[in-house]
Design a protein around this ligand. Structure first.
Ligand code: ADP
Ligand code: MG
Length: 612
């Protein structure tokens, strides 16, 4: 056995560097955070060879005192906290005092700085080279602020150097870092040069339009055009930022920025809350995109749980989770056609810009035709009776709930400048689509998808308010099932009843359905019961059934909905349009596909090369 010995300071720093300094991008992250902590509002980043040969970062922040320069490079030396209380209330990005020490232990580092309130007018320089000790402080020329130059990263640790990738890859990682920080501080301008060429220049942004311009530059204009701006405050928490419409979902979780008090984090609790908020509206396996900022008292969140500070711990995680979920759920639910159509009137949408940083186009639909947001400025939807509104059910045998007279009265009501957002139906196409005309042009509705969403939302609301209304079947339906299905129906009869399904086991392999939700009276009950039983068997216990209630309701709603190839009359179609305007989340079906699109007259004109 070897004897125990204290590590030398240098070796200790190099070991610590393993945690903090993984690649050029991590150096850039640490140095930029220092600039922001120093109160800079302008930072310039110069890179050579993807940062592997050179990283130089210059800021106009507070600078470092001559006497502190040497200390800045020592381990556990920081100006940001002094005692445990400070640790509880961290407002700076750094506080561990190890970044500069780690970086200079694996590179050739030069630090030049001029402090804001320096007594003399000179700047001062220190250097450190891996193993070598810090050199003496010498005078230098530098405006107020700090420059840090990091050359030849890992020159003395070849094993780590081997893990570096190509210049392009390393540069892209640095871009990611700059993007993340640029979204955290709109008030700071960022200039990024690679091999002497300007790669990105982001001006400081103050107003909302300017901020949105930066978001568009960083995340792509498609994201901004397909997102909602949220700003919600409750219980001492504030959440603001931009979230994508469900129709702008992505196959990867690669466009997700979440900041807690200005610090970007990746956190399970946050992901979970966001995922839940989108649960109802996102196609399975797809990911939402968002840029979100959570602000709360620093004491309510612990940032000292991970060396790279990517994770945080909330003191009251339940509260934070619920707040995030509710705020986002609400924002997504509020999306009705009229909101979407009038979103553009709330000016301030920046001009679409193409950018090297823009990720791919939205996945569903192609380009601007999809749920285009055009100014319309209509009032609340008029007082319309609808085929669904009263009972929430579609009964094809019942007389139409809107007569032709009512319809023309309605049209008169909306005369000229008061056309409802989704307009008036003009025809049905192949039993699948409704064609309607509104002020801007042609609205095309996927009637099955739209109806499914409406039924689902009605059922959810009904369950919340007074439970599902059920009605007995005039002729009870006998069903031959497997023993396992019958067992399941028997064991879960209470849970089924809560969903409006009265099912009784009459033999080891036979069930009788006596009662169904009124809303589903016209559905194919046999298929419905089989599907619900299959769902329940998958979810297990009745506790789980409650958790999966929405999924069950969605399954049921699907059965109740207008199938393709159902012929609808014009009043029926209009009733569906009016219901869509009234219903939350009606822009997407239960699987996140769009339920309607707009082809504006402009777009149609273009198709026919009119006016060119
Ligand atoms: P930490 O950021 O955790 O305090 P660092 O090793 O990153 O640790 O920096 C050490 C100290 O050096 C900081 O606390 C700060 O006082 C000073 N410092 C580093 N970079 C800058 C800068 N760009 N401007 C002003 N001061 C700086
Ligand atoms: Mg730092």
């Amino acid at each position: 056995m070897k004897r125990i010995a204290l590590l030398s300071q240098r070796l200790a720093n190099q070991i610590a560097a393993g945690e903090v300094v993984e690649r050029p991008a991590s150096v850039v992250k640490e140095l930029l955070e220092n600039c922001l902590d120093a109160g800079a509002d302008r930072v310039e980043i110069d890179l050579e060879l993807g940062g592997m040969r050179l990283i130089r970062i210059r800021d106009n922040g507070s600078g470092i005192d001559k006497d502190d320069l040497g200390l800045a490079l020592s381990r556990h030396a920081t100006s940001k906290i002094a005692n445990l209380d400070d640790l509880e209330n961290i407002a700076s990005l750094g506080f561990r005092g190890e970044a500069l020490a780690s970086i200079c232990s694996v590179s050739r580092l030069e630090l030049v700085s001029r402090a804001r309130d320096a007594s003399d007018d000179t700047a001062w320089r220190v250097e450190a080279q891996g193993q070598e000790m810090v050199t003496a402080v010498s005078p230098a020329a530098h405006p107020q602020g700090t420059s840090v130059e990091v050359r030849d990263l890992f020159f003395n640790t070849p094993a780590r150097k081997k893990f570096l990738r190509t210049e392009k890859t390393e540069f892209e990682r640095i871009e990611d870092v700059v993007k993340r920080l640029a979204l955290s501080r709109f008030d700071v301008s960022f200039l990024l040069r690679h091999n002497q060429r300007v790669a990105h220049h982001l001006q400081a942004a103050e107003s909302l339009p300017e901020m949105q311009r930066r978001v568009a530059l960083v995340c792509g204009s498609a994201f901004l055009e397909n997102s909602l701006h949220v700003d919600v405050e409750a219980a001492g928490l504030r959440l603001w930022g931009w979230v994508s419409l469900p129709t702008f979902s992505r196959s990867q979780a690669d466009l997700q920025y979440f900041y807690v008090n200005g610090r970007i984090i990746r956190d399970k609790l946050v992901s979970h809350a966001v995922k839940q908020a989108y649960q109802d509206v996102l196609f399975h396996g797809r990911h939402p995109a968002f840029v979100l900022y959570l602000e709360l008292q620093p004491a309510l969140v612990d940032v000292n749980v991970h060396p790279t500070k990517h994770e945080v711990r909330f003191r009251d995680s339940r509260l934070v989770h619920d707040f995030l979920f509710r705020a986002l759920h609400r924002a997504l639910a509020d999306q009705r056609p009229q909101d979407r159509l009038s979103a553009e009137t709330s000016a301030g949408r920046p001009p679409a810009e193409s950018t090297a940083w823009a990720p791919g186009a939205p996945v569903f639909g192609s380009g601007p035709a999809v749920q285009n947001r055009m100014p319309l400025g209509v009032a609340e939807p008029g007082p319309v009776s609808s085929a669904w509104a009263a009972t929430g059910t579609w009964d094809s045998r019942a007389p139409l709930s809107m007569t032709a007279q009512q319809l023309s009265a309605l049209e008169a009501l909306h005369k000229d400048d008061d056309v409802p957002p989704l307009g008036f139906a003009v025809a049905q196409l192949h039993g699948i689509y409704i064609l309607a005309q509104n002020r801007q042009g042609l609205i095309i509705v996927d009637m099955h998808a739209a109806h499914e969403r409406i039924t689902y939302e009605h059922m959810k609301a009904a369950v919340q308010q007074q439970g599902i209304r059920a009605q007995p079947l005039l002729v009870p339906l006998s069903l031959a099932v497997s023993q396992a299905e019958a067992d399941c129906a028997e064991q879960q009869s209470e849970a089924l009843l809560a969903l409006g399904l009265g099912i009784e086991r009459v033999a080891s392999e036979a069930l009788v359905v006596r009662q169904v939700p009124s809303i589903l009276a016209a559905a194919d009950i046999e298929q419905l019961v089989r599907d619900v039983l299959a769902d329940i068997r998958e979810h297990g216990s009745s506790e789980r059934i409650r958790q999966h209630q929405d999924e069950l309701l969605a399954t049921m709603a699907c059965h109740a909905s207008v199938r393709a190839n159902r012929q609808l009359s014009i009043p029926e179609m209009n009733a569906l349009l009016r219901d869509m305007e009234r219903t939350e989340r009606s822009g997407q079906c239960n699987h996140g596909r769009p339920t309607w699109v707009l082809q504006s007259l402009d777009q149609l004109d273009k198709l026919f090369l009119r006016g060119q």
